[in-house]
Design a protein around this ligand. Structure first.
Ligand code: ARG
Length: 459
């Protein structure tokens, strides 16, 4: 049998393989709510402009609500023969209300319909991501507030660099995720224009009111060019790009949690609720959530690249290639939300092992820079020379197998005669972090300022 939507031109129905490659209902059923909202707005506009009788439009709008409730209740039979969500909904509408259903598609195409549905869906994901990021930021803020003055090693090259505070490290992520939040909001703002009414590609001869449908769907305005409206998926790409950057931040933090929870570091203990055991090794407590975040992030990057690949060779306007836009975005969005929620849970639950952090902070000659700075301040040595003197002291301590603070004043003086007792004051890790009062520095007082600032912003 030929197709009920375009059967007029066709003598035969599609091959089974054609149906299989063509159908998108298996995944685009996720757009059902957006599709019905778009159709209801379109029907109301058709009535308001006199294109369709008010009574027909009302029947359509009512019928669509019935379809929606059937889908929500799970007793809607999706048909592959009907290809996609748009035709599934319309066909069911016809079964429910009969002939007026055929008037819904006036002055509309599936091209502007799908562009509208997908924009609405991605817009919702921006909001969901915003919520997820905010919740994570609050969890980080809680950790930062608790540990504004706990000292830990700061690393460069994953080698001990200088002591930092736990709160400072947590607040670094608050800053990163705040930029993701801001990018998500920007993307949402830019995508919030309505493609509906672009029709197939050229607009329509019917006297439609695109402003009205745009408003009804919460868009700021109708898109200004009908070709652009049905052709571009940059809004989805922007979501994926922003999601990718956010995911990259999540993955770096996940990597740190994997390292920090290892027996060699023991910086943090992850809660049982966000860890798993081993089926063979009874002692194990594995940071699976962090590892899975780290891994799932790859799917988000992949989705971004995949959609760029789908789009890059397409002439204007719509090509069926664009049906391949959705699964990637669905998967990326699902995994971003999951990763944000899992990270929030882990951060909320994790316990910093404060004593271990402090021991680690003090090892590896982490206050060597403080020593060099002391030489500059107290003896007037140029920094380059102070660096050299300190290097010699580190070599001496390393040879003796002790810390810098374990060297005697005599030993220090043998390297540089101007050194005095006062130098020992700067070798402690608490002094070290407290001294770093430059704006943005790791001093507990600075961290508390930032915590207070963010608490006010986040409410
Ligand atoms: N299922 C299609 C998609 O996802 C809807 C648009 C179809 N338009 C068309 N001209 N075949 O892109």
């Amino acid at each position: 049998t030929s197709n009920q939507m375009w059967g007029g031109r066709f003598a035969a129905g599609p091959d089974a393989i054609m149906e299989a490659i063509n159908a998108s209902i298996g995944f685009d059923k996720r757009l059902a709510a957006q599709d019905i909202a778009g159709s209801r707005a379109h029907a109301a506009m058709l009535a308001a402009t006199g294109i369709v009788d008010t009574s027909d439009a009302e029947a359509i709008r009512e019928g669509l609500l019935t379809v929606l409730s059937e889908i929500k209740a799970g007793d809607f039979e999706f048909s592959t023969a009907l290809e996609d969500i748009h035709m599934n909904v319309e066909a069911r509408l016809k079964e429910i209300i009969g002939e007026p259903a055929g008037r819904l598609h006036t002055a509309r195409s599936r091209n502007d319909q799908v562009a509208t549905d997908f924009r609405l869906w991605v817009r919702d994901q921006c909001d969901a991501a915003e919520g997820g990021i905010l919740a994570l930021m609050k969890a980080l803020l809680g950790q930062a507030e608790a540990g504004a003055d706990w000292v830990m090693p700061g690393f460069t090259h994953l080698q001990t660099a200088q002591p930092v505070t736990w709160g400072h490290h947590m607040m670094a992520y608050v800053e990163m995720f705040s930029r993701d939040l801001s990018r998500m909001r920007d993307a949402r703002k830019r995508m919030n224009e309505s493609p509906l009414g672009a029709a197939a590609l050229a607009g329509t001869g019917f006297p439609i009111d695109r402003q009205m449908t745009a408003e009804a769907l919460g868009f700021d305005r109708p898109m200004a060019n009908s070709l652009d409206a049905v052709s571009d998926r940059d809004f989805a790409l922007e979501f994926l790009s922003v999601a990718s950057i956010c995911a990259m931040h999540l993955s770096r933090f996940a990597e740190e949690l994997v390292i920090w929870s290892s027996a060699q570091f023991r910086f943090v203990t992850l809660s049982d609720r966000f860890s798993t055991g081993s089926s063979i090794m009874p002692q194990k407590k594995n940071p699976d959530a962090a590892e899975l975040i780290r891994a799932k992030i790859g799917r988000i990057f992949g989705a971004n690249v995949a959609l760029l690949m789908v789009m890059k060779g397409l002439p204007l306007a719509y090509s069926k290639d664009m049906q391949e836009d959705k699964e990637q975005v669905f998967d990326a969005a699902d995994n971003l939300m999951l990763a944000l929620a899992a990270m929030e849970g882990m951060v909320k639950d994790m316990t910093a092992n404060v004593a271990n952090l402090e021991t680690a902070a003090a090892s590896g000659f982490s206050t060597a820079t403080d020593l060099a700075d002391w030489l500059v301040r107290e003896t007037g040595l140029p920094f380059r020379d102070a660096h050299h003197v300190t290097g010699a002291l580190v070599a001496m301590a390393e040879k003796k197998g002790c810390d810098l603070s374990d060297l005697s004043l005599e030993e220090m003086k043998s390297v540089n005669g101007t050194i005095t007792e006062g130098i020992f004051d700067v070798l402690g890790v608490h002094n070290s972090v407290a001294s770093r009062m430059s704006y943005g520095g790791t001093a507990p007082a600075r961290v508390r300022e930032q915590v207070a600032r963010w608490k006010e912003i986040l409410g």
